[in-house]
Write a protein that binds this ligand. Structure first.
Ligand code: ATP
Ligand code: MG
Length: 245
């Protein structure tokens, strides 16, 4: 059974269609790299998955169960299993690092504070912030803040993590520390969908890469095929432009 199975997914902003016939089967532990030109629909796929934009057609199945995006309770349950981290990390500025990571599990999930804090400390240590627990976000670098955002998402114990350009707003020297954290998650077997312009990273970490153009998956294959020997001309053209930078 697929961990996540997307079939025939379509979405639109108003009357403008932005996703057409997206088929994306995702196995447990898969790391799917989503690449493609600006405006091709990468973020929209993640937004639809999270229930932030209603699909206009198609189905999403999570471990064999169809997700009903019209049902608010079903969307809430989905968000307990699938987490997203955006480019803008949106930390709570008035809370410490530790509080940022513990607030949702304690206040929303009603889990015991002591237990949540123990887990949060371990997560923050894992992303290299074990010594920054009592800092406030504005006392951290962008890369450190983004790692807090990743730890915050992980504190909800998601089965699937969606990452949308999480390094795009960072200074180049801060990118690698965030990528290191994501690499560790991949090694731990976390199922992930990763949108990124860091092609070297996508190539290294992805079990499969999907190339999107104009709301369609043009080609999906292992990273080596997509980057070295794509079947489709559009993929070839995109990859050759990107790799020339
Ligand atoms: N809120 C919105 N309202 C209307 N159209 C939108 C909205 N958000 C995105 N779009 C359009 O939907 C299409 C897909 O956008 P999307 O953000 O998914 O692209 P993307 O592949 O993530 O691009 P980028 O690499 O620039 O982030 C684009 O044509 C975009 O202009
Ligand atoms: Mg985007």
């Amino acid at each position: 059974m697929h961990h996540l199975d997307i079939k025939g997914l379509e979405a639109a902003y108003g009357a403008v269609p932005v996703l057409s016939g997206i088929d994306l089967p995702v196995a447990k532990g898969d790391v799917i790299g989503l690449i493609g030109p600006s405006g091709s629909g990468k973020s929209t796929i993640l937004r639809v998955l999270m229930g932030l934009i209603p699909p206009t057609a198609g189905t999403v199945t999570l471990e064999g169960n169809l997700v009903d995006y019209r049902d608010a309770a079903a969307v809430r349950r989905l968000r307990e299993r699938v987490a997203i981290v955006f480019q803008q990390y949106n930390l709570f500025q008035n809370m410490t690092v530790l509080e940022n990571v513990t607030v949702a599990p304690v206040k929303i999930r009603k889990r015991p504070k002591g237990e949540v804090e123990t887990e949060a400390r371990a997560l923050l240590a894992k992303v290299g912030l074990g010594d920054k627990l009592d800092r406030f976000p504005d006392q951290l670098s962008g890369g450190q803040q983004q790692r807090v955002a990743i730890a915050r998402a992980l504190a909800l114990k998601p089965e699937i993590l969606l990452l949308d350009e999480v390094t795009a707003a960072l200074d180049p020297e801060l990118v690698s520390e965030v990528l290191d954290s994501i690499r560790l998650l991949a090694e731990d077997g976390m199922t992930m969908l990763i949108v990124s312009h860091e092609m070297g990273f996508i190539r290294e970490v992805s079990s499969r890469v999907a190339f999107l153009d104009r709301g369609r998956i043009i080609e999906m294959d292992d990273a080596r095929t997509i980057f070295d020997a794509p079947r489709e001309e559009r993929t070839r053209s995109f990859v050759s432009k990107i790799l020339r930078h």
